[in-house]
Structure formats: C-alpha cells, structure tokens
Ligand binder design. Structure first.
Ligand code: 5AD
Ligand code: SF4
Length: 463
C-alpha cells in the first residue's frame, strides 16, 4: 500500500510521529496517504528519514511541552542530515501558526489539520530554500475520498474518521479553534472504507469524531448550514443512528465501536441501534467533565448532572451490561471543595468502567481563558485529581473483579505488553483482557474464562 501511486524510482523517506487523540493517529494515516501519492515512503526509522512530521496535540499545556522537548532532540538529527525537513502539523501548528516558525527555528513546515493536501507543495517550497506554512481551516474538507494507508497497524483494529471539527465551544477546549467548524463525511465513502477494511482482514473499526452524536450528512459543508435546508433536503439527511446502522449492516463480521459521545446529543435511537446489532460493541465513551452544575455551566457543557445521570440510566435500561467510560477535569476555574465532592458523587453514581482524568490546563484564547480565572491552586488541582483517580480505580477494580468466573469474548489484538507468551485483546465493553497463548492467532475472537482482575485488566485462560 505504501508504494501506491508513486512513480519515482528513488522515493524519499517520511517519518511521522503522532501525539494526542485517536483523531490525530487517524490523521497521520491521511498524511501518509497524501505523501505516498507524491513519492514519499513511510519509514519507522527517524534516522533514515528525509522528512520528519510531528502530528501534534494542543489540548493541555503539557502536551505542547512534550513536543517542544522533542523538537530540541531533533536538532541533532538535523546536524547529521543537513537536508532533513522538519514539519509540525496538527493542533499545535494551528494554534501557534507563524509564531511556531519564529519560536522553533529548526521547523521548516507548519500545517494545520485542514491543509494536509498541501503538504507535498509545502515540502517542495522548502526544497526550493524557503520555509512553508498553511494553517487555513476549511468548511468542507473531510479527506473523505482518500483510502488511508494503515500506519503501525496490528492488522486487526482500525480507526475510521466520520467527521471533523467541533461546534460545541466547551469553554476550556482549544479544539474548536484548532480543528475548526464541524462537518460530516459522506456516508458512501465511510461504507467504502469499512468494507475495504473488512476485505483486507481487519476485524474491528472505531468510528471517530469529536462529537459523533452530532454527525449529520446533508450533502457536505458546515453543520450549522443544516438550519437553512428545505424540509425535503432535511428528510434526505443521515444522522448518527442511521450511519451506525448502515455500517453494522455493511460489515456484519466486524466489531464496531465509536467515540466520542456528548451527553447533550446522545439519543435513545443510537442506543437502540447498538442493542439491535450484535456486531456493535456495548461500550460508550461519555465525558461528563464535572459533577457540579455550577462548573458544568461555566464549562458551557449545556447539560446538568441530573441530565447526565439520566443519560446513564437510559443507556443502562436499554443495554444493562453497557460499558461506559468518562473524561473528568479536576480544578476548573472557581471549583470549590463542594463542587469537587459533587464530581466524586457523580463518579460514584455513574459507576464508570474507567475514566480519563486530568488537571485543568488553561489554553490561551479559549472562552475560559478570556472570561474566567484559573484560580484553583496547582497543589489543590493535584490533590483533587488524586482523589478522583483513587475513587475511579476502586470502582474499576470492583467492576473488573465481578468478571471473575465469567466467560468473555475477546478479539485478539496482539502480544500483551508484559509478555510475548500472552495475548492482549478487549471484550465487548472495551476492557483489556490478557491470557496465555495456545494456538490462537491475532484477529481471532476467543472465549476467555476470567480468573483474576486488576484495575485495568482481566486475566484469564481460553476455554
Ligand atoms: N484542560 C484539561 N483537560 C482538557 N480536556 C480538554 N481540554 C482540556 C483542558 N484545557 C480534556 C477533556 C476532554 C478530553 C479529550 O481532554 O476531558 O474530554
Ligand atoms: Fe472540546 Fe467540547 Fe468539542 Fe470535546 S465536545 S472537542 S471537549 S469543544
């Protein structure tokens, strides 16, 4: 696949490093595809590379710091290879724009998430002796026509992007500024991609978007234009529940997951579709961010804790064994001890399988940075985060222990991190399961009797 479309005998080598969310890892595959069509072959060896791209994340300050540190290290690569081209792509590129070229002298190319089709041209400009930047955000770009090369693939699981951007404007979040307006991808191109994945042996796909419940196809363009359509045009549109059903029918032998859901937008219709199709996994990632109504309002999340808990009840009443995970931010602007206790109580009531938990990190130019004060002391943020993690871990452990003695179906993804004698896979609810290898293969679905459990992992044996 990497060689596809190239006509140059001596291909230049491209090394891509991805940071941050699944969307970025999926974007790196789009980048590799565009570059392959223009004579670049991906390599896993940074010292062989003619071009190094860092596909960056800007969601928290420490994500950006990690990339700045990496750039310092890349200075020595440039010393040994004077022609090496270094590009910073993705959210950090979009956030800092020209400033990045001024601040990081060794960076040659800066490209935002909607300008990847321009990358070959930008690299050519550097070949001609310049430095090149394109950070234009688009109203239409979804890269829907590309069939992505799979990078560092296990050959079993793949991401499929179904939409780009976000219109939610949660006050803490930089994403609407770095990834632009929300737009959905043509369902036909999504179906083509998932069928192609099925025919090349993949067994599981995750449909990706910043807010998948908001998916709406009506011919392309920004979501907010839906309002001005005629009744007929509206009737011909495709929402997320419909897309999910179309995908479930198109690839009946694949497991289907999706991420991320928004508590304001998730519908009963989507959960009913999940229930109807066995190949859609019983797992939902539903970030709450906080359990305090005052904080939820300051975050512009557009729901209350009661609304959130009602959504959890709705999901569990339709799919009792549905795995639910969460994102939580500790120490948002003006968060009091009482607000923090309400977050703990929400976690207790919701009984998440697991959560991703963060300290609030102020991002320049976001609504929170402009209007609110980042006034919770760093040490208090740390203490609250520790308490949140402790509570979530105890719930995760309790939930995982409850699997002991049960049999779960596991899709084998590859070797366990700790030992090559063990396989690693996930059950329907997205919990990691490890077990000793007998004569199974990557990509098999096997029945595992769970014999032990930790906060993150089920341990068992094939039966
Ligand atoms: N500080 C801390 N966490 C953040 N997230 C998004 N923006 C910030 C921020 N400024 C978290 C949210 C989101 C996840 C992807 O990252 O919990 O759901
Ligand atoms: Fe950020 Fe909110 Fe959009 Fe998620 S839904 S990307 S947190 S603005």
């Amino acid at each position: 696949m990497v060689n596809q479309g190239s006509i140059l005998p001596n291909k230049r080598k491209l090394y891509i490093e991805s940071y941050g969310c699944a969307m970025n890892f999926s974007d790196s595959e789009i980048i590799a595809t565009i570059m392959a069509e223009n004579g670049f072959e991906t390599t896993n060896d940074e010292f062989q590379a003619d071009v190094i791209f860092l596909n960056t994340c800007a969601i928290r300050e420490n994500a950006e710091q990690k990339i700045r540190d990496r750039l310092k290290h890349l200075r020595s690569n440039k010393k040994t290879n004077k022609d090496l081209i270094i590009g910073v792509l993705g959210c950090m590129a979009e956030r800092l724009k020209n400033k990045l070229l001024e601040e990081e002298k060794l960076v040659d190319v800066v490209a935002g998430p909607d300008s990847y089709r321009e990358l070959p041209k930008l690299v050519a400009e550097v070949d001609d002796g310049g430095r090149a930047i394109n950070v234009l955000l688009s109203r239409e770009e979804t890269y829907g026509d590309l069939n992505p090369i799979r990078l560092n693939s296990n050959g079993v699981t793949a991401f499929v992007s179904i939409m780009r951007g976000c219109d939610n404007m949660c006050s803490f979040c930089v994403v609407p500024f770095t990834r632009g307006r929300e737009r959905s991808r043509d369902p036909e191109s999504i179906l083509m991609e998932v069928k192609e994945l099925q025919s090349t042996g993949f067994k599981e796909i995750t449909l990706l978007g910043q807010n998948v419940d908001s998916y709406l196809w009506f011919g392309g363009g920004p979501k907010k234009e839906f309002k001005s359509l005629t009744d007929d045009e509206r009737l011909n549109s495709t929402d997320f529940a419909q897309l999910l059903e179309m995908v479930a029918i198109a690839v009946p032998n694949m497991r289907i997951r999706y991420s991320t859901s928004h508590p304001r937008d998730i519908t009963e219709k989507v959960v009913e579709v999940m229930k109807k199709y066995d190949n859609i996994c019983n797992y939902i990632h539903l970030p709450a961010q906080s359990g305090s109504n005052k904080i939820l309002e300051l975050m512009s999340r557009n729901y209350t804790r009661e609304w959130y808990l009602e959504k959890i009840s709705m999901i569990r009443s339709i799919i009792p064994n549905c795995g639910i995970s969460c994102d939580i931010i500790a120490g948002f602007c003006s968060e009091t001890h009482q607000d923090h206790l309400e977050t703990l109580s929400l976690i207790e009531l919701a009984q998440f399988e697991f959560s991703y938990m963060y300290k609030y990190s102020e991002r320049p130019a976001t609504p929170a940075a402009k209007k609110l004060k980042d006034d919770v002391e760093e040490s208090i943020k740390g203490e609250r985060l520790t308490e949140i993690i402790k509570l979530q871990n105890s719930i995760s452990l309790k939930k995982n222990m409850a699997y002991i003695g049960q049999t779960v179906d596991v899709l084998i993804e590859g070797d366990s991190k700790k030992s090559k004698d063990f396989w690693m896979g996930r059950n329907d609810q997205n919990v990691v399961v490890v077990f000793p290898k007998i004569n199974q293969q990557r990509g098999d679905i096997v029945s595992i009797l769970v014999e032990n459990a930790t906060t993150t992992t089920l341990i068992g044996k094939a039966i």
